[in-house]
Design a protein around this ligand. Structure first.
Ligand code: UTP
Length: 294
């Protein structure tokens, strides 16, 4: 029997070293893809998938994230006084309901598995979603990635991991899964490895940052076993859970941008700007000028 997925965990306690110096005082999750912080795009995706409670695992220097998901009283009053009602309305629509957010601190960035474990008391004893804010997704048809994961959970139960195909020489940077019984859009996962050494990957399907997990993962992560890079890895925890529970992969049919890396971040900005009818024609002209295309 499946349960409704109501809560989502957003691990936002990483240091963002790949974006220094930008991330010296600004959390990387607050860098913008066009005019929305990366994290807002990911929260939008979670809301579309039916998530009702948003749990942020933060760290030092991340207080601005809490402010972003709160009412900005003075700004909103000024917008109303100036008749900028469209902008005011848009801010209100983005805001999760009162009491629908929780913030906890990881204290020391010991790894993604540890960050997820920090949310254990807030999640409680129910299946939940995890969204890596680094990964920003764009729908190609049937909703964004987490909505597809929730649909897969309703079909298969157990645990769900979104995956994406990459080139064989890129797999060593990611968690990689192996494929069992294949249903096309979804498939059984028979193995997982975090950052496999070059040439040893189980497949070219990488774990792309959206998960639906059973609460039993917390007891495994509690052990604090260290894996690749000396970090407490979520992939290792899931691998242990896979001994007693099913895991299915979802081949997301849209596009995922790795906004934790410069290239992915720049590509996301261009891709999202090209979906904006006011920006797209002008941006196309600028891009042609830059690339020297006729
Ligand atoms: P990354 O390793 O990509 O994030 O972790 P990072 O450490 O912030 O980035 P770089 O490599 O130094 O540039 C993936 C996600 O897991 C979170 C990060 O915030 C990011 O969203 N994370 C990672 C934590 O919350 N805590 C950790 O201990 C590690």
């Amino acid at each position: 029997m499946t349960r409704r997925i109501r809560k989502a965990v957003f691990p936002v306690a990483g240091l963002g070293t790949r974006f220094l110096p930008a991330t010296k005082s600004i959390p990387k999750e607050m860098l913008t893809v066009v005019d929305r912080p990366v994290l807002q795009h990911v929260v939008d995706e979670a809301r579309e998938a039916g998530i009702e409670h948003f749990i942020f695992v933060t760290g030092r220097n991340k207080a601005v994230i809490e402010d972003h998901f709160d009412i900005a009283y003075e700004l909103e009053e000024t917008l109303q006084k100036r008749g900028k009602l469209k902008e005011w309305q848009a801010l209100k629509e983005d805001l999760p309901a009162a009491g629908a957010t929780s913030f906890t601190r990881q204290q020391v960035p010991l790894g993604l598995g540890h960050a997820v474990w920090c949310a254990r008391d807030i999640v409680g004893d129910e299946p939940f979603a995890v969204l890596l804010p680094d990964m920003v997704t764009m729908a190609a048809g049937q909703g964004r990635c987490l909505a597809q994961c929730v649909a897969a959970y309703e079909k298969h139960g157990g645990n769900i991991i979104a995956v994406e195909e990459v080139l064989a020489d890129e797999t060593h940077q990611y968690g990689v899964v192996s494929i069992g019984k294949d249903f096309g859009h979804t498939f059984e996962i028979t193995g997982m490895v975090e950052k496999p050494p070059k040439g040893t990957a189980l497949s070219n399907l990488i774990i792309s940052g959206r998960y639906v997990l059973g609460p039993e993962i917390f007891a495994i992560l509690e052990k604090g076993e260290k894996g690749a890079g000396g970090e407490i890895q979520l992939t290792d925890g899931m691998k242990a859970l896979a001994k007693s529970q099913s895991f299915h992969g979802v081949r997301f049919d849209g596009k995922t941008y790795d906004c934790g890396a410069k290239l992915g971040f720049l590509a996301a900005n261009i891709a999202f700007a090209l979906t904006d009818p006011a920006l797209a024609p002008l941006l196309r002209t600028e891009l042609k000028k830059l690339t020297g295309e006729p």
